[in-house]
Design a protein around this ligand. Structure first.
Ligand code: URA
Length: 194
């Protein structure tokens, strides 16, 4: 098989000026994602909000603060994982992304997954779960359970913003991230044995 020479930085340069959908006309920054290019865990959210659009950084607004608390509680550092979203440009007024926007953007996420080769993907909310795992999935039914897709372990959980409507969801997200930490530890231990 030919050696992959494209890096995650190269991909960013390729897609930074994307105009594949109309969000390219209204966004300020394309929010590509951030973290370790060799991350074992990748988090996939929905779409950037206002703060992310201003800065190009993923999850730095209100939902990002919730995510930071969850990461700290489970013992993750942002720089050790890779954080991105299904849709890379902010939908106006933070509306839900349209089907055609998701379809236009998904190839970037798929390419990111191919390059980073995470062992675990955490789908944050319905859109990521449906886009990456099962179009029919309901987050309330699948969250906290492990699935497998193409050799990658998938853990769907609630989007951190869901906590603003239902505080109890924070406990569920924390539980799910603890599972992710434990399973990542097991994967690392297994690979040391060879
Ligand atoms: N919500 C998301 O899904 N992604 C971000 O980057 C910010 C908020």
């Amino acid at each position: 098989m030919a050696q992959e020479s494209l890096t995650i930085e190269d991909l960013f340069c390729q897609v930074g000026g994307c105009r594949r959908c109309s969000l390219g006309e209204t966004r300020r920054c394309l929010v590509f994602g951030k973290g370790s290019p060799g991350a074992g865990v990748m988090l996939v959210g929905e779409a950037p909000g206002e703060k992310e659009d201003e800065t190009g950084e993923p999850f730095i607004g209100r939902a990002g603060k919730v995510l930071d608390s969850v990461l700290a509680e489970a013992g993750f550092q942002r720089q050790d994982i890779f954080i991105t979203s299904v849709v890379k440009c902010r939908p106006p007024k933070n509306r839900f992304p349209k089907k055609e926007e998701v379809a236009a953007c998904l190839p970037i996420l798929q390419r990111q997954i191919e390059l980073i080769k995470p062992r675990i993907i955490v789908c944050l909310g319905n859109l990521a779960t449906r886009s990456l795992f099962d179009e029919q999935a309901k987050i309330t039914e699948v969250r906290g359970k492990w699935f497998n897709k193409g050799g990658i372990k998938i853990m769907p959980t609630f989007h951190p913003a869901a906590v603003f409507h239902d505080r109890n969801k924070l406990e569920a997200i924390n539980e799910d991230f603890h599972q992710v930490k434990e399973v990542l530890g097991n994967i690392k231990n297994e690979s040391y044995q060879f």
